[in-house]
Design a binder for this molecule. Structure first.
Ligand code: DLL
Length: 440
């Protein structure tokens, strides 16, 4: 194992630095156990396997995983609330749910062992991001059914850090507490971190009057430009971490201090990348939809769960010494992807362009509508006061510049509307960046 040049520690060096062969052997054993478990205890899986003409014993290697059927959000909905649990409810000690923006939320359960695994995995990525027992961890995720706050909370305690269970909202108080309690780590969505940075600026509080050094951001897509913005304005190292309720919550993958993708904890999850349209497994390095099979979860295992998140897996070695594959920042979800005049557009692509133009503030909203038979994309973006109150001619030139950049990158035209500084809604949890009027 190579030592990290920038002083990062490894939480569990044995598991996190396994050789590929050893890892695959472990994955296979755990996969077989998981398949036996769901076959025995979850009628939905048994039925799906039967329909596909496969039983757990037919899976004789990791390559056979691709013969199993996918599990989708729809399967979870049909078995709402507890139909996918693989243990009796009395063994379940915690229940969470996904945000459920459309229809009924998905209910997920954990037994004692699952909570322990979850805690360990969160401790792993927090350590990879540089958090130690000396840190004061300020958790600004909403406590409740959302997995973010509790997940990070127990992981931080496991490391031995001091946890401030602040929860979300009440931005002024958050800032006061960060100042007074000398928080060193901020845990939130990237968009809420931006809300905090904006508010601090308004209050005349610079990063030097806080003690923050690390930001652990996740739960929504964010661009590299957003990372730079947060690092500069908050004076921190900002790292990304990924997870979803159906698979566990946070703790599926997280960045080390090299920030070259999120190490996905392959001793607990098997990732695949598929073509979202055909379901075909794509070769290593391809961009496609992430599919995850959990191999140690007991109460709520998932087999080939379609996350709808679009990413890429990088199997090349990482300088930190961890051997787990690295998952690239997600471009977004297949359901957030906008199809404008037949061209696929992800909000994060637009975010990247806007952040590169001097004068744009990092607050934007995409409004899609239909005029006659034509799709129209409007990009509303906050600009600084100098531009907003500039003479018409200069403003027009600014709009032209943005529209040209958007067109050359996206391959489809977008109208730009400049809006007044501070006029857009600020986010406390996950940001809502798209209004698609075509669906209303
Ligand atoms: O957002 C779990 C989580 C909490 C992850 C805190 C990280 C930190 P859900 O509410 O079920 O769970 O939403 C899961 O959020 O499928 C992705 O689309 C998105 N997502 C989560 N993390 C990231 C990330 C939590 N780092 C859905 N980058 C996932 C991009 C993310 N998208």
């Amino acid at each position: 194992m190579k030592a990290m040049k920038n002083g990062g520690r490894i939480w569990d060096p044995v598991s996190e630095c396994l050789g590929r062969e050893e890892l695959e052997l472990l994955q296979f054993t755990r996969l077989r156990d998981t398949l036996e478990r769901v076959w025995r205890s979850v009628p939905c899986y048994q039925q799906k396997f039967r329909q596909a003409g496969i039983v757990p014993q037919d899976v004789r290697s990791l390559a056979d995983l691709s013969r199993l059927p996918f599990t989708t959000k729809e399967d979870l909905r049909l078995n709402y609330p507890y139909g996918m649990f693989a243990v009796p409810l009395r063994e379940v000690v915690r229940i969470h749910s996904s945000s459920g923006t459309t229809g009924k939320p998905t209910v997920v359960g954990y037994n004692r062992q699952d909570l322990q695994t979850w805690t360990e995995l969160v401790a792993r990525f927090m350590t990879a991001a540089g958090v130690t027992e000396d840190d004061i961890v300020h958790i600004a995720f909403g406590y409740g059914l959302f997995t973010g706050a509790f997940g990070l909370h127990y992981g931080a305690e496991r490391i031995g850090a001091s946890v401030i269970p602040m929860s979300s909202g009440n931005t002024d108080k958050q800032i006061m507490i960060m100042q007074d309690y000398r928080s060193t780590v901020l845990v939130s969505t990237p968009s809420y971190a931006l809300t905090l940075a904006d508010r601090m600026e308004k209050m005349g509080i610079g990063p030097e009057s806080l003690s923050l050094k690390v930001g652990l951001f996740g739960a929504e897509p964010w661009s590299e430009e957003m990372r730079r913005e947060l690092e500069t304005r908050l004076g921190i190292v900002a790292t990304d971490n990924f997870g979803l309720s159906e698979v566990m919550g946070p703790g599926v993958a997280g960045e080390c201090l090299y920030k070259g993708g999120m190490h996905l904890f392959e001793d607990h999850f098997i990732p695949e990348i598929i073509d979202p349209d055909t379901g075909e497994v794509l070769p290593p390095g391809s961009v496609g939809e992430l599919v995850i099979t959990s191999i140690t979860k007991e109460a709520f295992p998932v087999v080939r769960y379609r996350t709808r998140d679009i990413t890429r897996l990088d199997y090349t070695p990482c300088s930190c010494g961890r051997t787990f594959v690295r998952m690239a920042k997600t471009m977004g979800r297949t359901d957030d992807m906008l199809i404008i005049k037949g061209v696929n557009v992800f909000p994060t692509q637009i975010e990247e362009i806007l952040f590169q133009v001097e004068g744009c503030e990092p607050h934007y909203l995409l409004v899609v509508d239909r005029e006659g038979a034509m799709d129209v994309l409007e990009v509303q973006v906050e600009v600084n006061e100098a531009i907003f109150f500039d003479e018409m001619k200069k403003q027009r030139a600014f709009v032209d510049l943005l529209e040209k950049r958007l067109f050359s990158t996206l391959g489809v035209g977008a109208r730009v509307k400049l809006v007044e500084p501070s006029s857009m809604p600020r986010h406390e949890g996950k940001a809502q960046r798209v209004i698609d009027r075509r669906k209303l």
